[in-house]
Design a protein. Structure first.
Length: 95
């Protein structure tokens, strides 16, 4: 289930959470609004949990699950960088 969510998917969720507006988030990501909306729907379906709710007149807001997801997704780039660093360091130790 969650292994189907890719880094770019997590990034889209984070950007939408930061912007709270589909049009602004889509513009920032250089996507169309329908493309971003579909991407978010796909992520929610993969996770089987809603991450956003529409807030009439105020854009979108995170659900509780969305807040947790975004908080963790923001750490993904650092974790990935650390994994690369450790892998390179381990390679140097083996040789």
């Amino acid at each position: 289930m969650c292994l189907d969510v890719e880094f770019s998917d997590m990034h889209a969720v984070v950007v939408l959470a930061e912007e709270s507006n589909v049009a602004r988030a889509a513009d920032r990501m250089q996507l169309t609004e329908p493309a971003l909306s579909q991407l978010i729907t796909d992520v929610e379906e993969k996770l089987r949990v809603p991450l956003f709710m529409c807030d009439k007149g105020r854009g979108v807001t995170l659900t509780n699950a969305g807040r947790v997801f975004v908080e963790e997704a923001r750490t993904a780039p650092q974790l990935l960088e650390r994994a690369f660093q450790l892998a390179h360091a381990a390679q140097g130790e083996i040789q």
